[in-house]
Design a protein around this ligand. Structure first.
Ligand SMILES: Cc1cc2nc3c(=O)[nH]c(=O)nc-3n(C[C@H](O)[C@H](O)[C@H](O)COP(=O)(O)O)c2cc1C
Ligand SMILES: O=C(O)C(=O)c1ccccc1
Length: 308
């Protein structure tokens, strides 16, 4: 990968405010460690989208992965299958959804999530939906309105999608309680709190800062996922403690791909898994459901967070 591609991957938009804040937001929280708890059988697995995955992480959809490595999305899919987590497939992948799913399935069971942009060309959208469904993807999500069409709406598009697929419908790119309420109202299956890795509108909140209001608005009725700036196991732990069901990573996978293809992605996923497991154990949590607001304090304060 050349310097230009590295910049393309790493950059945020405009003044780089949101891309930076996605990462620094985690420092607002401290982890409250617990001692003398038997965590010898600590279990990091969770059930997400109806499938058990090895820990609460998935790979965010990212376009044109062959820039990082010639195997592109095929390598990512294989690494996800080997590490037992879900993979998001971009509408702008270098390989077809059929090739990507069969690459992963040749390694082991894996769930793919199809990412669908709002597009002016509905016939094209429909073809993508049908192919993703036939290839066995669990869901697709709908985001990034400015990219393709700005004429989409809750009232028209969600029923339109529902009438065309049995897959779950998740909305990626939500940052407000208002939009979580709408997602609930229109019967969406879940929401990914995301600001597109700080690459869309600069100046929107860090996703971790938006998470508590989104979790509160979901009220336990729909699952809330999150991406943006997750780089360590402790980052994942903090978002889970604040009520996310699962975290997603974008750039770290692209870095792993550029470093060593499938093996590089697997290394990234291994590091994050072990880091998350260690964090959970040192916080005294035997399983992911024990990770709660009480596992955290605000920086500079010792008191547990009691509610969001
Ligand atoms: C190079 C690059 C390409 C991306 N392509 C897509 C895409 O095709 N579809 C999409 O929904 N999001 C895309 N995203 C956004 C990611 O899905 C994700 O929201 C973001 O990268 C998460 O932040 P992180 O990179 O800090 O982990 C892309 C992000 C990057 C960095
Ligand atoms: O760069 C991006 O953020 C992005 O979403 C994208 C979309 C299509 C192809 C490559 C990247």
């Amino acid at each position: 990968m050349n310097d230009g591609s590295a910049d393309f991957y790493n950059d945020g938009s405009t003044d780089q405010v949101t891309v930076l804040e996605n990462v620094t937001a985690f420092a607002k929280y401290r982890i409250r460690p617990r001692v003398l708890r038997d965590v010898s059988k600590a279990d990091t697995s969770v059930t997400v989208l109806g499938r058990k995955i090895s820990f609460p992480l998935s790979v965010s959809p990212a376009g044109i992965q062959a820039i990082a490595h010639p195997d592109g999305e095929l390598a990512t899919s294989r690494a996800c299958a080997r590490r037992g987590i879900h993979m998001g497939v971009s509408s702008f992948a270098n390989y077809s959804v059929e090739e990507i799913t069969s690459a992963g399935l040749a390694v082991g069971p894996i769930g793919h999530v199809m990412q669908l942009y709002t597009m002016k060309d509905r016939a094209l959208q429909e073809r993508i939906i049908k192919r993703a469904e036939a290839a066995g993807a669990a869901t697709h999500d709908d985001s990034f309105v400015a990219f393709n069409s700005n004429a989409h709406s809750w009232a028209y598009d969600i029923p339109w999608l529902r009438s065309r697929t049995k897959m779950q419908i998740w909305i990626k790119g939500v940052l407000t309680a208002e939009d979580v309420m709408l997602a609930r109202e229109y019967g969406c299956d879940g929401v990914v709190v995301s600001n597109h890795g700080g690459r869309q509108l600069d100046g929107v909140p860090a996703t971790l800062d938006a998470l508590p209001e989104c979790v509160a608005a979901a009220g336990g009725k729909i699952p809330i996922h999150i991406d943006g700036g997750f780089r360590t196991g402790a980052d994942i732990f903090k978002a889970i403690a604040l009520g996310a069901e699962c975290c997603w990573i974008g750039r770290p996978v692209l870095w792993g791909l550029a470093y060593d293809g499938e093996k590089g992605v697997e290394t990234v996923l291994n590091i994050l898994h072990e880091d998350f497991r260690r964090c959970m154990m040192l916080a005294g949590c035997k399983n992911v459901s024990e990770v709660s607001p009480a596992s955290l304090a605000l920086a500079g304060q010792g008191r547990p967070l009691t509610r969001l």
